[in-house]
Design a protein around this ligand. Structure first.
Ligand code: KIV
Ligand code: NA
Length: 263
């Protein structure tokens, strides 16, 4: 496989091909996902929940994300490695850069940060210093205590317009990608159409430029509550590798997400 880079993702996007992304936390799964055609491996702070059993992502540290990032980077040869900046690790642009240095020295090619328009200064600061950024907007799980739960965002006309304005501001600040979580499909479609950079959706409808799922959800092994946007791709498959391949195929041909996975 050829290395997945920001220019190669832009080329996929320009050609109208969907981008397949999955969360990944170790070397063995990284190798398997890559062989199945997954373009981006995300070391999500979801690792606090799916690997460590916490009830939110808030306890996760930069050191923990860096440990899993190094493992994933050793297992992958061509996929893009994206690492999450965990809660409390990007309070200022300078602190964000120090956190990114740890993650990129562990093997990340790009970082993902949760926020909204206020994040633009940090995104600009990082991109100008060689750190590509994916801006995560919509439902941002690190804000669970402010949001009052894991709730769909952008349901009103005003909040949908605010999300689009935030996405444009983050693109203007240099974001390489925008991740949209748990927003109505109409918002996913509208924001994707407004941006030049690719969008990655999770619970954001079929019109995003790509899709992401948490690996444990895809395999049906996470014991917690199953979100509407989750699909168990192990059903009907004989191996984990086949489930990853089925996910990639469904993202590429647009059959995932289906209506039942959308808001
Ligand atoms: O941490 C994570 O797994 C994520 C994805 C759900 C996008 O941020
Ligand atoms: Na995350």
């Amino acid at each position: 496989n050829k290395a997945v880079t920001i220019p190669s993702l832009r080329a996929l996007h320009a050609a109208g091909e969907k981008i397949a992304m999955l969360t990944c936390y170790d070397a063995s799964f990284a190798s398997l996902m890559e062989r199945s055609g997954v373009e981006i491996l995300l070391i999500g702070d979801s690792l606090g929940m799916v690997c460590n059993g916490h009830t939110s992502t808030l306890p996760v540290t930069v050191q923990e994300v860096a440990y899993h990032t190094a493992a994933v980077a050793r297992g992958a040869k061509s996929a893009m490695i994206m690492a999450d900046l965990p809660f409390g690790s990007y309070g200022t642009p300078e602190q964000a850069l120090a956190s990114c240095v740890q993650l990129m020295q562990a093997g990340a090619h790009i970082v993902k940060i949760e926020g909204a328009g206020w994040l633009a200064d940090t995104v600009r600061f990082l991109s100008e210093r060689g750190v590509p950024v994916c801006a995560h907007i919509g439902l941002t799980p690190q804000f669970v205590h402010q949001l009052g739960g894991y709730k769909v965002q952008g349901k009103t006309i005003e909040s949908a317009e605010a999300l689009k304005a935030d996405a444009l501001k983050l693109q203007e600040a240099g974001a390489a990608l925008v991740l949209l979580e748990a927003v109505p499909s109409t918002v996913g479609k509208d924001v994707t159409a407004a941006l030049a950079i690719p969008t990655i959706g999770i619970g954001a409808g079929p019109d995003c430029s790509g899709q992401v799922l948490v690996m444990h959800d895809l395999l049906g092994v996470f014991p917690g509550r199953k979100a509407r946007f989750v699909k168990n791709f192990m059903e009907g498959q004989a191996s984990i590798e086949a489930a990853f391949a089925a996910y990639v195929a469904a993202v590429k041909d647009g059959s995932f997400p289906a209506l039942e996975h959308c808001f």
